[in-house]
Design a binder for this molecule. Structure first.
Ligand code: ADP
Ligand code: MG
Length: 477
C-alpha cells in the first residue's frame, strides 16, 4: 500500500509523541529535531535525519524505542533504518518535524529555572538544599554501582522500610552525594508532603556548636527530630567531635524508633570509623551497608555521554573512550577533564578530538602516561590519506572528486574543497605546499587562505562544526 507523505508525517509525530516521555527533554529535542519518515515499504520504516551524528546516536540509542513505538501504532512495521539527508538541516527546509512542538510542557520549564528544589524542613521553614541535577535517572548505572543505586531506589520508594538506615560508602568523587540527594529528590517526587533534611556532618557540627553557644538547643532538636527523612553526608567528619556525636546519637535513635528514614554516607565502612563512638557505628550497620566503586570502562563512557548530553555538546565516542580509559581515579575527575576538553574546544572553535583531549591530559597530569594516544596517532597516520578525505567529502557533499581538485569556483564546490584542505592540513599535518600540489597544483597561499576561511567560519557556524565532525568521524579521525 502506498502511503502519502502527510500520513507519514502524522505517523512520525505519533511515534515521537510516544517516545518523548521515555527520554529526557534535552535528548529528545537534540536528537530528533528535523527528522522525518522518508518511506514505509514492506514493513521497513526509513527515517531521514539531518546529520551523520544524529544518525549514529539515534541508531545506537533509540532504535528499539522507535521500533516499539512504531509497532504499537502499526504492527506491520518490522524494521527501522535511519538515513542521513543533509537537506533536512537546511533552515529553509521544512520536511523534518519540529519536535520542540511535541508534548511541550510549560510547567517543566518553570521548574527548571530553579536549580534547587524547595525543601520543607519544619513549621514555616524551607531550605534549598537538594540539587535538582542529582536524581536517580541522571546517575548512570553500571555493574559496579548497581547495588547502591538499587538500594537508593528502594529507600526512595519506601522510606523507613527495611533498608534503614542505608549506609553508602566509597572514595571521594564516586557519587555518594549524588546518590544521597537523589533519594531526597525522588522521595519529594513520590511523596511531596514528606519532610526531608539533607545536611553534611560538617554543617551538623557547626549547627550544634552554634546552638550550644546561643543556648538554643530546643530549636535545633526540633529541626532534626521532626523530619521524615534525614540525609547525612560524610559522617566520617564526626570523628572526635564528641558533643555532635552525642547529639546525633539522640537524633538517630528518635528518628529510627519512629520509623523515619536515615541515609548516611561516608568514605569508609562503619567498622573503620575508629574515631567515632561505638554505640553510633554499630547502629550504622543495622540496615543496609553498600559500597560505591570506581565504575568500569563502559560505565565511565556512559557517564561521559550523559554529561555531554547535559551540556548539549556533541563529542565523538572515540574521544570519550580516550578520556575514560585515562581516568582511573574518580567520576569527579572524569567530569573535570571532559569540562576542560569542551571548554578548550569551545574557545578555539573546533570539535574536540583525541589529540586535543590528549593535550588537556598533558597539561593536567604531566607525568602520567597517556593510554591510547600513541596507538591512536599511529592509526591515524597509517589510515588516512588525502584521497580518503576527498572521497568522504565528495560523498558527504555529493560533489565529484574531480571537481574538488579542479579549477572550478562555483559555490557548491568551493566550500567542500576548503573543508578538504582544512582537514588534510589539521588532521593529516600535510604541508601547505604538498596540499597545493595534491589539489591540482595550487599555490600554498591559496591553501592557507582556504584553511583560514574554514577556521573563521567554524567560529559561528554550528552546522559546519557538525559536518566536519561527522566527516572526521567517518574517516576514523
Ligand atoms: P562524592 O560525594 O562521592 O565525593 P559526588 O556525588 O559529589 O561524589 O560525585 C562527583 C561528581 O560525579 C558529581 O558531579 C556526580 O554527578 C558525578 N557522578 C558520580 N557518579 C556518577 C554516576 N554513576 N553517574 C553520573 N554521574 C556521576
Ligand atoms: Mg560528597
Amino acid at each position: 500500500m502506498e502511503t502519502t507523505s502527510t500520513s507519514l508525517t502524522t505517523l512520525w509525530v505519533d511515534i515521537l509523541t510516544r517516545i518523548e516521555p521515555t527520554i529526557t527533554r534535552t535528548h529528545f529535542v537534540t536528537w530528533f529535531q528535523n527528522t522525518t519518515i522518508l518511506k514505509l515499504k514492506n514493513g521497513a520504516l526509513v527515517i531521514g535525519v539531518p546529520t551523520a551524528i544524529s544518525q549514529s546516536w539515534i541508531d545506537g540509542k533509540y532504535k528499539i524505542k522507535v521500533l516499539q513505538a512504531a509497532q504499537e501504532i502499526d504492527e506491520t512495521v518490522k524494521a527501522v533504518e535511519f538515513k542521513v539527508q543533509s537537506r533536512l538541516a537546511d533552515k529553509e527546509n521544512n520536511e523534518g518535524v519540529d519536535v520542540s512542538k511535541i508534548a511541550e510542557r510549560p510547567e517543566k520549564k518553570i521548574r527548571k529555572v530553579a536549580n534547587k528544589q524547595e525543601v520543607y524542613i519544619a513549621k514555616g521553614m524551607t531550605s534549598k538544599m537538594l540539587n535538582s541535577r542529582y536524581t536517580l535517572d541522571t546517575f548512570v548505572v553500571g555493574k559496579d554501582n548497581r547495588l547502591p543505586h538499587a538500594a537508593a531506589h528502594a529507600v526512595a520508594k519506601m522510606p523507613g522500610g527495611i533498608y534503614n538506615p542505608l549506609y553508602i560508602y566509597g572514595g571521594v568523587g564516586l557519587g555518594k552525594t549524588h546518590l544521597l540527594q537523589s533519594i531526597g529528590n525522588e522521595i519529594l517526587n513520590l511523596y511531596p508532603s514528606k519532610t526531608i533534611r539533607y545536611v553534611t556532618a560538617e554543617k551538623f557540627v557547626s549547627e550544634v556548636v552554634k546552638s550550644i553557644l546561643g543556648r538554643d538547643m530546643a530549636k535545633f532538636k526540633e529541626q532534626y527530630r521532626n523530619v521524615d527523612v534525614l540525609l547525612l553526608d560524610d559522617v566520617q567528619f564526626f570523628a572526635k567531635k564528641d558533643s555532635s556525636q552525642q547529639e546525633f546519637f539522640h537524633t538517630f535513635n528518635e528518628l529510627y524508633d519512629s520509623n523515619k528514614q536515615i541515609v548516611l554516607t561516608s568514605d569508609r565502612p562503619p567498622s573503620e570509623l575508629d574515631d567515632l563512638d561505638k554505640r553510633l557505628t554499630s547502629r550504622f550497620g543495622m540496615g543496609m551497608v553498600t559500597e560505591l566503586l570506581l565504575p568500569d570502562l563502559e560505565t565511565k563512557i556512559a557517564i561521559l555521554q550523559s554529561k555531554c548530553m547535559e551540556h548539549g555538546a556533541l563529542v565523538d565516542n572515540e574521544v570519550l573512550e580516550f578520556i575514560a580509559a585515562n581516568i582511573n581515579s574518580n567520576v569527579r575527575e572524569l567530569e573535570g577533564v571532559l569540562r576542560q576538553v569542551l571548554a578548550e574546544a569551545h574557545l578555539e572553535n573546533r570539535v574536540p578530538t583525541v589529540r586535543s583531549a590528549a593535550g588537556v591530559f598533558k597539561k593536567l597530569f604531566k607525568a602520567q602516561e597517556i593510554i591510547g594516544f600513541e596507538i591512536e596517532k599511529k592509526r591515524r597516520e597509517n589510515a588516512a590519506t588525502t584521497r580518503d578525505v576527498l572521497e568522504i567529502v565528495s560523498e558527504y557533499y555529493r560533489v565529484p572528486i574531480e571537481d574538488l581538485i579542479s579549477e572550478k569556483r562555483t559555490k557548491e564546490i568551493l566550500m567542500p574543497r576548503q573543508i578538504c584542505m582544512y582537514i588534510v592540513r589539521h588532521e593529516l599535518d600535510h604541508s601547505l605546499e604538498k596540499i597545493g600540489e595534491d589539489f591540482g597544483g595550487r599555490n600554498h597561499t591559496t591553501v592557507m587562505n582556504a584553511c583560514k576561511k574554514i577556521v573563521q567560519k567554524l567560529k559561528g557556524d554550528e552546522r559546519l562544526v557538525r559536518d566536519i565532525n561527522a566527516i572526521k568521524r567517518e574517516m576514523g579521525l
